[in-house]
Structure formats: structure tokens, C-alpha cells
Design a protein around this ligand. Structure first.
Ligand code: GAP
Length: 445
């Protein structure tokens, strides 16, 4: 089916963009409220078939850039359930707190630093004094609930890298500057989870600890600011929706001497996607002191011994996925008809290709399956057979599928198919024999 080209879309985004994206996520199987059949559960979310694919793509894109395409970074996958001594040494037991106030009027609880002295629920200014609330989730390892069995769900992946510093040094023969990277779940008992998956109690992080000679820390801090900013641009976040913001001294975490955030212009304003921090030698020294193990680097060539400084780019995978969805959301017109389209980078889109037999007629299905079988080894494909071809194009546009491959009756004769591109709706005829090369070329694989 040929279509009119898509009308040029503007960068204006609808006022209710957030609502539209949340609806799309639910309707199309990206993100569901968790335990929905029981009325949901405390701002937790489940990633559906398309969301799981996209989240995986976000994490893979990060891993490719941070581990695969470098020779100075290795990856690990540390335990989530962790020893109290880690969090005592890291300072999280005493410092990882938010100031909590209660409204005496409606009894809602708020983060004191986010509300300007007035209850956002009822407008009362009758609030309790702020008290420090630790954000770590505490549990018990084993059947007995006592002090000796306390364990914590990690509130950041970073400590897994510090406590394995020597293990990694010894097993990889790396030397500073080098990094240890990790992607995985973290948990924080946030007082006010909000804005869909922007702030949740269970979320995924993508963090890297880059160990450097202390004198080179500032140089590497600036290097990682640049690298990380470019990563978002490269994956399609428009430059005018992205900025770097350096922290003021009173905003710095307990371990940092310098931090800058990569911020995205969300519907509610600029907010953090990623923090890049100079953590100095704080963590290695703290774990050295607490464990009695020497966490340092010894350079056999020069005889030099030192505790490296650490530059840490720390990003949120789930939060970043949401930013990619918001940035990609668009409504334009094709042939006078409105469509919703996600202009997702093909590396992030849940499906790279949808294979569509023009009609449900059984004669097209075997060839469609043959085409699907050719493409599945190189990318994630959907086979969509129901409803009119126009409706199926719209459906794929709405979930960001960059290419539709249509098998029609002529395909049975000429063994060629139509490749349609999502953003322009341009269509070209391609012999099945060269289809894989064509799609590979367009995906850059
Ligand atoms: N290791 C340093 C660290 O954890 P952070 O700024 O607290 O630094 C890093 O977290 C990133 O993790 C944030 O920039 C954000 O993208 C993500 N993140 C933190 N808390 C989150 C939450 N409650 N929900 C979703 N993402 C979160």
C-alpha cells in the first residue's frame, strides 16, 4: 500500500505529553502498573513485552559504549542483597537520608527539600520538624530476624565495584586509568516516588567507576562529562532538551568533590538523567579502613603505590528509557490522517522490523514466514497479520518500529518485498535475496 509522505512535524510537544506517553505505555505493552489486578502496588511498575525489549536496548546501548567498544573498562554483576558492613563503610547507613516532614493537617509525608514549607496536598503550613529518613531497604538473610542477619537491598550498584576492586585488578591485569561497569537493579525507599518511572523505589542503574591516578582526576572528570553527554545526543535526544548542570557545593553527595548532572527537559522542567561525580579516593579508603584490606594500586614498573581516585558516570536505565520515549513521541499527518509515531533510534526501538503479509490470505503466510526467518537472526522482528495494512503501519509507527516489510501477491511472482520507512513513510521495492543486506545497511549492523 503506498502512502502520502509524512508531513513535516514540529518540535512542539503537547501540554499533556506525559499523560499521552503513560497511556501509550499501558495501551501498547511498554509499562504496566505493578499488581494492577490488585489495584497496583505503591508506585511500582512492570515492563511489558515492548518495554522489556526497549529497556534491554537502552542497557545494551550503554554497555556497548561503556564496555564493548573500549579496552579500558570491564563489566561485573554483583549481588543485590548486601552486607551491612558495606553500607556502614560507604557512609550510606549514616548519610543516605532524605529530610522527611509530616503535614499535621492531612498527615501526608513529604521531602522537606522539595516543598517550600507548604503541604502540596492540602496547602497547610503546619508541618513537623524535618527528620532524617534513611532510604535503604532493610531485610533479613535467613529465617531469623535479628541484628546478625540484617541485609540491605543495594541503593546503588557502585559499591559492588569498590568492594571488588582488588578482585578485578588481580583477574584482569588492568591498571589505572581503567573502569568497572555494572548494570542492574537498585532500591531506595523514596518518600515521594513520582512522575511515572522517573522516581521509583525499584529501578535500574547503569554505573561505571573509573579508577585514575589522583593527579589526573579533573582531566578524566571532564572527559566523562563529554562522553556521557554525547551518548544521549547520539541516541536521538535533541540538543535543546539536554544540558549539563554543575552542582553547587551544598548539593554534593557525602563522597563527592565535584558533580555535574546530565539533565533532560522533562514536561515538568529540567531534571536529572545522570550524575557524573568525582568520588575521589573516598570509597576505596573507607572500605580499606573498615575491612583491613589494602585497596590500592601498585605499579610494578615504577614501584609506585597509590589509592586511585574515582570518576563515576551514574545513569538510570528506567529513567533514561522514559526520557527517550518522551523525546521520541510525536503526532503528525500522513495523507491527511493523524498518526502517533515514536521517532526512536532503531537501536532503541523494541522491534527493528515488522513483517506484514498484505492480506490474511493463507497464500502469503509461508513467504512472510520465510522473510521473517531471514531477518530474525539480525534484529527483533514482529509478524503482524491482523487488520488492514494501513492500520498495521499506524500500529508499528506508534511503537517506533523503523521498518515495515510488506509481502504482497506480486512477491509470490517476483520474490521482492516493499520496505517502508517509519519517519518518511517512503517505500522501496527490494528483492528478498538482498533484503537482509538492505536492512543491515539501514540499521548499520
Ligand atoms: N552511585 C551514584 C548514584 O547512585 P544517583 O544520582 O543517586 O547516584 C544515579 O543515581 C542515577 O540513578 C540517577 O541519575 C537516576 O537516573 C537514577 N536514579 C536514582 N534514583 C532513582 C529512582 N528513585 N528512580 C529511578 N531512577 C533513579
Amino acid at each position: 500500500m503506498t502512502e502520502e509522505p509524512a508531513a513535516e512535524s514540529s518540535d512542539d510537544q503537547p501540554n499533556d505529553l506525559m499523560e499521552r506517553v503513560v497511556n501509550l505505555c499501558k495501551r501498547r505493552g511498554f509499562i504496566f502498573p505493578s499488581a494492577e489486578i490488585y489495584g497496583g502496588f505503591r508506585s511500582t511498575y512492570d515492563y511489558g513485552p515492548l518495554g522489556a525489549l526497549m529497556l534491554r536496548n537502552v542497557k545494551d546501548a550503554w554497555w556497548r559504549a561503556m564496555v564493548q567498544q573500549r579496552d579500558d573498562v570491564v563489566g561485573i554483576d554483583a549481588a543485590i542483597l548486601s552486607a551491612p558492613r558495606i553500607w556502614e563503610a560507604s557512609g550510606h547507613l549514616s548519610n543516605f537520608t532524605d529530610p522527611l516532614v509530616d503535614c499535621r493537617h492531612c498527615h501526608e509525608r513529604w521531602r522537606a527539600d522539595k516543598i517550600d514549607g507548604t503541604c502540596p496536598n492540602c496547602g497547610s503550613t503546619d508541618l513537623t520538624e524535618a527528620r532524617a529518613f534513611n532510604l535503604m531497604f532493610k531485610t533479613f538473610a535467613g529465617p531469623v530476624e535479628e541484628d546478625a542477619t540484617v541485609a540491605y537491598l543495594r541503593p546503588e550498584t557502585a559499591q559492588g565495584m569498590f568492594v571488588n576492586f582488588v578482585n578485578v585488578l588481580q583477574t584482569t591485569r588492568k591498571k589505572p586509568p581503567f573502569g568497572i561497569a555494572q548494570v542492574g537493579k537498585s532500591f531506595r525507599n523514596e518518600i515521594t516516588p513520582q512522575n511515572f518511572v522517573f522516581r521509583t523505589r525499584e529501578f535500574e542503574q547503569m554505573e561505571m567507576e573509573y579508577f585514575v591516578p589522583p593527579d589526573d582526576a579533573q582531566k578524566w572528570f571532564e572527559y566523562w562529562l563529554d562522553e556521557r553527554f554525547r551518548w544521549y545526543l547520539d541516541l536521538g535526544i535533541p540538543a535543546h532538551r539536554l544540558r549539563l548542570r554543575h552542582h553547587q557545593a551544598d548539593e554534593l553527595s557525602h563522597y563527592s568533590t565535584g558533580t555535574a548532572d546530565v539533565e533532560y527537559l522533562f514536561p515538568w522542567g529540567w531534571d536529572e538523567l545522570e550524575g557524573i561525580a568525582n568520588r575521589t579516593d573516598f570509597d576505596l579508603l573507607a572500605h580499606s579502613a573498615a575491612s583491613g584490606e589494602k585497596l590500592e594500586y601498585f605499579d610494578q614498573a615504577t614501584g609506585e603505590r597509590y589509592v586511585p581516585y574515582v570518576i563515576e558516570p551514574a545513569a538510570g536505565a528506567t529513567r533514561t528509557m522514559m526520557a527517550f520515549l518522551l523525546a521520541a513521541y510525536d503526532e503528525d499527518e500522513v495523507g491527511g490522517e493523524k498518526r502517533t509515531v515514536l521517532h526512536l533510534d532503531p537501536r532503541l526501538a523494541p522491534y527493528q522490523v515488522a513483517v506484514l503479509p498484505l492480506s490474511k490470505n493463507d497464500t502469503l503466510v509461508p513467504l512472510s514466514r520465510e522473510v521473517l526467518g531471514l531477518l530474525q537472526p539480525i534484529c527483533m522482528c514482529d509478524l503482524d497479520v491482523t487488520q488492514s495494512i494501513g492500520k498495521r503501519y499506524r500500529r508499528q509507527d506508534e511503537v517506533g518500529t523503523p521498518f515495515c516489510v510488506t509481502v504482497d501477491f506480486e512477491s509470490l511472482e517476483d520474490r521482492a518485498v516493499t520496505v517502508r520507512e517509519r519517519d518518511t513513510t517512503e517505500q522501496i521495492r527490494v528483492p528478498i535475496e538482498t533484503l537482509v543486506a538492505e536492512i543491515r545497511g539501514r540499521l548499520g549492523r
